[in-house]
Design a protein around this ligand. Sequence first.
Ligand SMILES: Nc1ncnc2c1ncn2[C@@H]1O[C@H](COP(=O)(O)OP(=O)(O)OP(=O)(O)O)[C@@H](O)[C@H]1O
Ligand SMILES: [Mg+2]
Length: 232
Amino acid sequence: MSALVEVKDICKIYNPGENEVRALDHVSLSIETGEFVAIIGQSGSGKSTLMNMLGCLDTPTSGTYFLNGQDVSTLTDDEQSDIRNKEIGFIFQGFNLISNLTARENVELPLIYRGVPKKERERLSEESLKIVGLAHRMDHKPNEMSGGQQQRVAIARAIAAKPPVILADEPTGNLDSGSSKEILQILKELYKGGRTVILITHDNGIAAQAKRVIRIMDGHIVEDYINEDVVF
Ligand SMILES: Nc1ncnc2c1ncn2[C@@H]1O[C@H](COP(=O)(O)OP(=O)(O)OP(=O)(O)O)[C@@H](O)[C@H]1O
Ligand SMILES: [Mg+2]
């Protein structure tokens, strides 16, 4: 059995030449189905660059990436967006909701792109909004909700199509500590329910709550360990 995520010797070099930036410098890692991994590092260490690779949002300068056994570098742009839609649910620091759509409509949007029929879309979107505790806010627009609630809508949107991998880049970066706790609790529940959760953060306190921690510094992986004392 191959790993769900298998990165082999990836480099990402911006501006090759004299002023080049090695955002990722020979990174290898593998993540199995059902893991809860925090990728931690300081600002500029390469976290978002790595997330973009893992999420098939960008291609590496060199190295290979297998997602669910498929060599992503051999796929066309269309095939990459297909695999992205099918395998990955994204959560971003800035929520990225559409302001003139309700919570329900925001969650349904990616399901429309996937060609899910209307009735099924409604069912999936209600189901995932309930999971994140927003049954009572389904018809509210983003500006009628708190930051924490907006991020919960974004999580509902990420999980609605039941992708195996949840990829979150600083999901609590814009939230107060109470809302951050709620969001982390939801991610833990998703992990307990069998999803693979990859959480990108610069916060040691958040990373300490994940089962496995991968630390990145200057584009290198410098630590990769299991948090033995974390309990769910
Ligand atoms: N498009 C780009 N062109 C040139 N350099 C870039 C580009 N994107 C990122 N970089 C550089 O690559 C390095 C890694 O950036 P990245 O965004 O991955 O860091 P990060 O760990 O996500 O930081 P933060 O915590 O601030 O979000 C940085 O030195 C950054 O300046
Ligand atoms: Mg970043």
